[in-house]
Structure formats: C-alpha cells, structure tokens
Ligand binder design. Structure first.
Ligand code: DQA
Length: 152
C-alpha cells in the first residue's frame, strides 16, 4: 500500500559538513547522499520529499512553520539545536502532521549534553544510531504512522 503527500526533511546546523565532519561519528556520506536515500525511499512509497538545511535556528523554525498545511510529515535532524531550541520545540508542536526525530549517531550514548532532546516531546518517534540507514528508516516509519492514523 502506498502513501501520498509531501514529507519535509529538515537538517540543522553543521549537517552541511557531513562527509567531512567527524566521519568516525557521522559516517562518510554527505548530506546529498542522505537526501538521495530519503528521496528514493519516499518515491518508492508514493511520497514527495523536500529537503532544507540551515545553520540558523530562526530559518529552521520558519521551515517548520512553512510545512504547516502543506506537508503530511516532517523528518527532522536538528543537529545540536535538538538539545537547546525551545523555539523549534514550539514550532513543531504547532505542526499537525507526523514528526519523526532523526539522528545519525545515538545521542543517548554520547556526552551528557546530548541526552536531552527538546524535539522528543513533540515528536511521534525517534530514529537514532543507525547512520545513513536512518534516512530510509525515517521515511518508512512516517509511512507506517500515516497508515496507522488513516486506519489502513
Ligand atoms: C546529530 C546529533 C547531535 O547531538 C549533534 O549535535 C549533531 C548531529 C546526529 O545526527 O547524530 O549535529 O543530530
């Protein structure tokens, strides 16, 4: 069974450096590689996917606001804003669709400051620690959640 609608994939600070940035933690793939993975998974399941990366908190908030009324789901890897941004938390709380929190690494097994997520309370679920595989898992999880919500 396939879904339909738009998934907005959002990437926060420093994720533009993937491939170059701490590859032992975040892997060798670039942001473009992850977007291609997510896009392929989305197309297979009948979704459209739009990606936006920014290093600026306000731009990320505006991107969440821009998804309202337009997208069925947001998949978000907010980078370090995951641990600090209450404005991002509030913007996500005002989004009516599915929210999937995504991380390449497993923040729970890293430094203490990464153990708190302000995204988690307003997310339907979280995929973390699976590296690049997380991007297709997040699309699959979105699909399953939307199917469950529609009773299919
Ligand atoms: C990250 C984890 C965050 O703690 C970190 O600040 C990032 C990347 C991840 O994908 O593992 O920038 O979100």
């Amino acid at each position: 069974m396939s879904s339909s609608g738009l998934i907005v994939l959002l990437s926060g600070p420093n994720l533009n450096l993937l491939g170059d940035r701490e590859p032992a933690i975040y892997g060798p793939e670039t942001m473009a590689d992850h977007v291609a993975t997510a896009n392929a998974a989305a197309i297979k399941l009948g979704f459209e996917l739009e990606h936006f990366q920014t290093n600026h908190e306000g731009e990320l908030v505006e991107a969440v606001q821009g998804a309202r009324g337009r997208a069925v789901a947001i998949i978000i890897n907010a980078g370090a804003l995951t641990h600090t941004s209450w404005s991002l938390h509030d913007a996500l709380a005002a989004f009516e669709g599915v929210v999937v929190e995504l991380h390449l690494s497993n923040p729970a097994s890293r430094e203490p400051f990464r153990h708190t997520s302000v995204v988690a309370p307003v997310a339907d679920g979280c995929i973390a620690g699976f590296g690049g595989l997380g991007y297709s898992l997040a699309v699959e999880a979105t699909h399953r959640l939307l199917m469950a919500r529609s009773g299919s």
